[in-house]
Ligand binder design. Structure first.
Ligand code: SF4
Ligand code: SF4
Length: 397
């Protein structure tokens, strides 16, 4: 099969399996991307994601040829998902609701993406010539945005995600590494220009320089990957984002063209990634009262299972504390006896935020009452700081 026919057949198959974009590159990562990764890790910006800093995995990211013996080409594909169905202003303004990142409104994309990539790879197996291949979906040590850029699929924006001129950035990436020799596509050119909208809007200023996101500050990392007590100074900046954050994508001018297109191209009825209505600005109080079984049931097949109940409820407590809605005080009091220190500690912080002149006596008395029975040092610290803050704001009772 000649090169053009081979590529046309790969494109046709990719499109059949729901990949809107499909491009090919050589198994190489440019030195700029390699150095940027090294600097990022050396600066500790990967936070607690220690697997990002492991030497073997770091080297693999920089040397895609190490991921498959004899690899000649990398096919990169993009699978769109539906953009948030609300504006950023609306998402932040709905009192009592939390915001979930758009890709997590439906089923977990990893399973679907893997299934589709496997089907695509199986169809490539039937192409002429002996060849070997491996598929990857975001959990492997693969620098997927750099590869997508060199394959011409899209450029890496200043927020570090890949942008395509027509689809914007509302898509997920996957790769097939193959020993087939396929003519590579031309690399993408960058079209961010002088724009800095993503850097300006970022609530925690996590985009510390163009193309550099400090994960330790990024709400996506804090709410999903990080499983500890969130630094207190960052909590007020998180607003009502309870699982991930789309702010930098929502303000990107390239997505203002893409939003409608993504909605029309999705076959929403058949697509497992279709948004579940219940994940569209969900009610915080109903999430806070989920027990383990209810959590598992509510988030069956959802990527949100990743945070476990304790991580999600921690985030919900922060969103409640940031809401300014005093009606949540009663809800928060009900989880002060939760088995998870993470939930108790963040509920205490939230109570400290929602205390006012009317309820402060009750809040302080309740927090003082916890001191005797609490044995977790982080939670004890939250109690002392919350009481101190309330007294600092409203005086001693
Ligand atoms: S996801 Fe949110 S917190 Fe992270 S860089 Fe983008 S705007 Fe900032
Ligand atoms: S918001 Fe502007 S700077 Fe950021 S990724 Fe989009 S185009 Fe680039």
């Amino acid at each position: 099969m000649d090169s053009d026919k081979l590529k046309a057949s790969i494109h046709a198959k990719a499109s059949e399996y729901g990949f809107r974009l499909c491009r090919v590159t050589r198994p190489e990562v440019g030195s700029l991307h390699g150095e940027a990764l090294q600097n990022w890790v050396e600066s500790g910006m990967h936070g607690d994601m220690i697997w990002m800093a492991e030497d073997v995995r770091l080297q693999r990211r920089k040397s895609p040829e190490s991921m498959l013996e004899g690899v000649q080409s990398i096919i990169t594909v993009a699978m769109p998902y539906t953009a948030p169905p609300y504006s950023l202003e609306k998402a932040c303004a709905v009192t009592g609701s939390g915001v979930i990142t758009a890709y997590a409104h439906g089923d977990d994309y990893h399973d679907l993406m893997k299934k589709r990539l496997k089907a695509l790879a199986a169809s490539l197996d039937r192409l002429p010539g002996n060849h070997d291949q491996r598929i990857f979906v975001d959990t492997a040590p693969v620098l997927e945005h750099a590869l997508a850029e060199s394959a011409g699929l899209g450029w890496q924006g200043k927020h570090s995600l890949t942008i395509h001129r027509d689809l914007g950035s509302w898509f997920l990436l996957g790769e097939i590494f193959t020993t087939l020799e396929i003519e590579p596509d031309k690399p993408a050119t960058n079209h961010c220009g002088t724009c800095s909208a993503c850097m300006d809007i970022c609530p925690t200023k996590a985009i510390v320089a163009p193309y550099v996101v400090d994960a330790r500050l990024c709400i996506s990392y804090l709410t999903i990957e990080f499983d500890g007590f969130i630094p207190r100074y960052l909590r007020p900046l998180m607003g009502n984002r309870i699982y991930g954050c789309d702010d930098c994508q929502m303000v990107c001018p390239w997505n203002s063209y893409a939003t409608n297109q993504a909605a029309t191209i999705d076959d929403l009825k058949a697509d497992p990634l279709r948004p579940r209505g219940e994940n569209n600005l969900p009610d915080l109080a109903s999430l806070l009262h989920l027990d383990e079984d209810q959590f598992r049931q509510r988030f069956r097949k959802s990527p949100i299972r990743r945070t476990k109940r304790r991580g999600l409820l921690r985030n919900v407590c922060i969103a409640m504390g940031n809401s300014g809605y005093v009606g949540f005080v009663g809800d928060l009091m009900q989880v002060l006896g939760d088995n998870e220190a993470l939930i108790r500690g963040h509920a205490i912080w939230a109570l400290g935020c929602l205390a006012n002149e009317q309820n402060m006596d009750v809040v302080i008395e309740t927090l003082n009452g916890l001191l005797d029975r609490e044995d977790n040092c982080n939670v004890l610290e939250e109690i002392s700081i919350s009481i101190e803050n309330i007294r600092g704001k409203y005086g001693n009772t």
